[in-house]
Design a binder for this molecule. Structure first.
Ligand code: MGP
Length: 253
């Protein structure tokens, strides 16, 4: 690889498997993903250090500033006795890396079904210096959580599931009952049996009335939009007694 400003400092580790890419110049980048090439440093601040991606990962990866903000919110608002966080759909690692970098958790678990995507996540975590701070589990998240965390009550589950492709934005209000392959009900029922504290990362246009059905009696659910340059990219729903009081006070200062 010739050294250019873009490639300076790239670890000498290039992917040697079909479907795993280290795109360092626009010439090699797929045309249909062009908008993400322009966003690459917003998605990964250390992109030029040799981030690995799959083509599909561009659609779903959480941009780094948002992943860091979510990690800060969950870290501050989760009860202190919650010491383990599980990133149930880890993808290429954006959120798990942010959780590990936050230093808030005794253990960060990253679960990902697709082996190639998982290789990208591990490599990317190495770039951010946290590969060894994350427990990597390749497999289906529901069975992995059932196997390891069935009897534990010190976990928070964070889930950034597939939304069924980029078409989610075609409707003004996104119908969460139609989300593929897991709809809101499947996600809530699948995870809430293993943890009282669940955070779902969902489309910014998600139907809030559908979400509100899961609020406990006489209580509200916390929903936060995460924005870049004033525009919402997605929202998180916080199920369980997350305490945002201190966080709000800090932000007012
Ligand atoms: P986007 O759909 O590319 O909209 O992704 P954006 O960037 O607002 O583009 P525009 O053309 O509409 O202006 C917005 C954010 O949603 C991305 O940064 C991802 O974090 C997230 N995202 C998008 N998709 C399709 C998924 C998905 O399937 N799953 C998850 N978890 N996140 C997604």
């Amino acid at each position: 690889m010739a050294t250019t400003p873009e490639t300076a400092g790239v670890p000498n580790e290039t992917p040697n498997e079909k479907g795993i890419h280290q795109w360092l110049s626009q010439d090699e980048f797929p045309d249909n993903l062009k908008k993400y090439w322009h966003q690459r440093f917003r998605i990964w601040e250390l992109y030029s250090k040799g981030i690995w991606m799959t083509e599909d990962a561009w659609f779903g990866v959480t941009p780094e500033p948002i992943a860091n903000k979510i990690a800060a919110h969950i870290g501050e608002a989760a009860p202190k006795e919650k010491t383990i966080i599980i990133d149930a759909f880890a993808g290429v690692g954006g959120n798990a890396i942010a959780f590990a970098l936050s230093g808030r958790w005794d253990q960060v678990f990253a679960v990902e079904k697709d082996a190639k995507t998982m290789k990208c996540a591990k490599h990317n975590a190495k770039i951010y210096g946290v590969e060894k701070k994350i427990v990597w589990v390749t497999g289906d998240c529901f069975s992995a959580i059932n196997k390891r965390f069935n009897a534990k009550n010190n976990t928070v589950i964070f889930a950034s599931p597939p939304w069924g492709g980029t078409e989610y934005s075609a409707e003004d209000v996104f119908d969460l009952s139609k989300m593929q392959p897991y709809n809101l009900e499947a996600l809530y029922n699948g995870f809430s049996r293993y943890s009282s504290h669940l955070v779902l990362f969902l489309p910014r246009t998600s139907d809030l009335n559908q979400i509100a059905q899961y609020a406990p009696k006489d209580k509200k659910l916390e929903v936060a939009h995460y924005c870049i340059m004033g525009a919402s990219k997605a929202l998180c729903v916080y199920f369980g007694d997350f305490d945002f009081e201190n966080e709000e006070e800090d932000e007012k200062k």
